[in-house]
Write a protein that binds this ligand. Structure first.
Ligand code: SF4
Length: 718
């Protein structure tokens, strides 16, 4: 590459978790890049975790998909290089033929929180406004859709009310179902630092496992898996009983308090009963409830342990209820705070990149919103009902209802629940297209057409982190081979289908349209939304290129976005009031039984990301944990006849996998933990997704990754 064309160092954003740390990439004399934290980025102020520091190890071209490829024969390993013209022409012809014969709902996009907001925007516009189907869903369905649904039910809009700074200003932080020490390390470091400065700051961790996060905790509540709603309903009831209530806030700014309280009182009005259900001591539970009541400034952070549940949305609302009762929202150091997993889960939500959402935080079910977006796009049609969510989408493919799927930047054969079903679906699908940076993945083995996309360091655009902060990802590497930006691939595909409205010539063009749409009609009373990028609309290419990280909402003429939302007491429901949601506690859908006596919990490890297609390339990252494992309690291992360090087979009703048994992960008896990352490219039978039950939350569609009944036995090679 020509280094003289590259600035000395480029400010960009980390490719991994939702903390969204700023990164500086500086070219080295040997052609590599030095990766360091960006001291100017508000999320990390120069710090990077191990994964972020190793970003430079993952940008080699080894294994890259560099050219458009077609598979001449299904099931064969052979891939044949073709031109972009041929590849897009083949896909467009088949795609259109399927629509002509079976209607727009017979095609689908399955996208990813790895995409930039600009990519997401164009994909969503194509499907909803031009194809006329809402069959576009995302792997973000697997990580934060319950949090989104919880916000929408409570606030009328998918809005995170707080900022990272509030975690430092709080007097008490409650982390629920979040191993932040491993999964959001820089945020956790900020908490640790704040706690070091203010030792009286209290940290409560609610998690069935004793994770690394618990090492900093003043109190760990190792609740029985799936009992969070009992715990927070109990808290709501307790707060009301002792008068830790803001009656004026409830009366002026909320609806539904009496019903939510009645629900909470019915089953959870007695601490001893709740403690028994949650399998924690009365003393520990009382300590938590008393501390929550005594500290006005409480932040409740929640992650996958809350979201990935068949009751995930209720869990989120049970938490939010406990903040609404005291009006503890939108103010310094307090509020409910979902911490997202992926680098751009939030950006995807902004542009409506889920099957049940519309761009600019408008609602697909609302005819006025649909008309507004269609008018803005000047598009030929508009999807008028929600599309298929991730799990249902792959079911519909296997059933033959969806006949073409385009997978972008994700690996569902590893990551979705009941992952063998995904294999069957793709094997049966008439047209499977994959845009990716890697040529050989478990999913790409099923693709008829592979399209090379730009990767981190090569692509340009924006991502939004967990605190609503939009940051630029900037290119510092040339496009390898014939790889193209995802927004460009989709725009060119849309033009092949004969659509106008996709004449974007840069990522800026796309971002500008997105910002203008967010601002359009935003002030009208019938569309009360907080999401607004008016201050970024029409800024021009130069300003976009130089854009510093900024939070939304950003109103016209403003340079700084809002740190906190809802301080004005105005929510986004038509009556501008928040909603208390009654949450009836219920156990996970599939409970342990005689043949499957253990509960499988899945999650991340510190140094790997998703299905390891990138982090798996770094020897440094592999040093931490080199292979998959089954973590279990030593006494359970004795009972089931498996030994630490030896291979064991884990089986559920849906599938099986093999990994080595280990102890020491702080797991309670009756449960096992397996990381989500390993795939069949790393070793055979390594995909834990094959075991996970495909039950989803009825509101959000998020799968129950944290609770699948399994059995374990020694692994013997036949
Ligand atoms: Fe990247 Fe997340 Fe680590 Fe920050 S905390 S460096 S965003 S992986």
């Amino acid at each position: 590459m020509n280094l003289s064309s590259v600035p000395l160092s480029v400010q960009t954003t980390c490719a991994y978790c939702g903390v969204g740390c700023g990164v500086k990439a500086t070219p080295k004399a040997d052609g590599g890049f030095e990766i360091a934290g960006d001291t100017a980025h508000p999320a990390n102020a120069g710090r990077l975790c191990v994964k972020g520091s190793a970003l430079g190890d993952t940008i080699s071209l080894e294994g890259r998909l560099l050219y458009p490829m077609v598979r001449p024969q299904r099931g064969s390993d052979e891939l044949r290089r073709v031109s972009w013209d041929d590849a897009l022409g083949q896909v467009a012809d088949k795609w259109q033929a399927i629509i002509d014969e079976h209607g727009p709902d017979a095609v689908a996009l399955y996208v990813s929180g790895q995409l930039l907001t600009e990519d997401y925007y164009v994909a969503n516009k194509l499907m909803k406004g031009y194809v006329g189907s809402a069959n576009i869903d995302t792997n973000s369905r697997l990580c934060m859709s319950s949090a989104v649904a919880g916000y929408k039910r409570a606030f009328g809009e998918d809005v995170v009310p707080s900022s990272y700074e509030d975690l430092e200003l709080a007097d008490m932080i409650v982390l629920v179902g979040s191993n932040a020490a491993w999964c959001h390390p820089i945020l956790f470091q900020r908490i640790a630092k704040a706690k070091e400065k203010r030792p009286d700051m209290k940290l409560v961790v609610i998690d069935p496992r004793r994770t690394a996060t618990c090492e900093l905790a003043d109190l760990h509540l190792p609740v029985k898996p799936g009992t969070d709603v009992w715990l927070f309903n109990g808290l709501l009831s307790y707060l009301n009983q002792i008068g830790a209530v803001d009656p004026a806030f409830i009366a002026e700014h909320t609806n539904g308090f009496d019903a939510a309280l009645a629900q909470a009182d019915a089953e959870c009005g007695d601490i001893a009963k709740v403690a028994k259900t949650c399998r924690v001591s009365v003393e520990a539970l009382t300590e938590f409830y008393e501390a929550f009541a005594a500290n006005a400034k409480v932040i409740t952070g929640y992650s996958m342990g809350v979201n990935q549940s068949s009751a995930g949305t209720d869990k989120a609302n049970a938490i939010i209820n406990c903040h609404l009762i005291g009006g503890r929202i939108g103010k310094e150091g307090m509020g409910p705070f979902s911490i997202t997993g992926q680098p751009n889960a939030m950006g995807g939500r902004e542009v409506g990149g889920l099957a049940n959402m519309l761009a600019a935080h408008m609602d697909l079910e609302n005819a006025e919103h649909r008309n507004a977006v269609r008018t803005f796009w000047d598009s030929p049609r508009m999807a008028d009902k929600g599309g298929l969510k991730a799990v249902d989408l792959f079911r519909a493919i296997e059933e033959g209802k969806v006949k073409a799927v385009w997978v972008m930047a994700t690996n569902p054969v590893v990551s979705l629940p009941d992952a063998d079903q995904v294999r069957r679906a793709l094997a049966k699908c008439e047209l499977v297209v994959s845009s990716d940076i890697i040529e050989r993945t478990d999913t790409n083995a099923f693709a008829d057409v592979l399209l090379p996309a730009l990767g981190w360091g090569e692509k340009d655009g924006t991502v939004t982190n967990s605190e609503r902060r939009i940051s630029r990802q900037r290119a510092f590497l040339p496009a390898p081979g014939e790889a193209r930006a995802d927004w460009l691939i989709i725009s060119q595909f849309a033009q092949r289908l004969g659509y106008t409205g996709f004449e974007f010539s840069s990522a800026y063009d796309v971002f500008d349209e997105h910002a203008r749409l967010s601002a359009w009609r935003n002030d009208e009373a019938d569309l009360p939304r907080k999401f607004n990028l008016a201050g970024l609309a029409g800024q021009g290419t130069q300003a976009y290129d130089a854009m510093a990280p900024v939070q939304w909402p950003l109103l016209a003429g403003e340079r700084e976005g809002a740190k906190r939302i809802f301080a004005d007491g105005l929510f986004s429901h038509p009556d501008r009031k928040a909603r208390f949601i009654p949450t009836a506690p219920r156990l996970p859908a599939n409970l342990p039984e005689e043949d499957f006596p253990l509960t499988l919990n899945t999650g991340r490890v510190r140094d790997q990301w998703h299905t390891m297609t990138r982090t798996g390339r770094s020897a440094k990252l592999a040093d931490h944990i080199p292979e998959s494992f089954i973590d279990m309690h030593p006494q359970d291992a004795l009972i089931y006849g498996v030994r630490e360090g030896e291979l064991a087979r884990l089986t559920s009703k849906w599938g099986a996998m093999v990994a080595r048994v280990q102890h020491g992960g702080g797991i309670a008896r009756g449960s096992v933990f397996v990381p989500i990352h390993w795939n069949n490219q790393t070793s055979s039978d390594a995909r834990v997704g094959a075991l996970v039950n495909p039950v989803v939350d009825p509101v959000s569609g998020e799968p129950e990754f944290k609770h699948t009944p399994v059995r374990i036995e020694q692994f013997r090679v036949n």
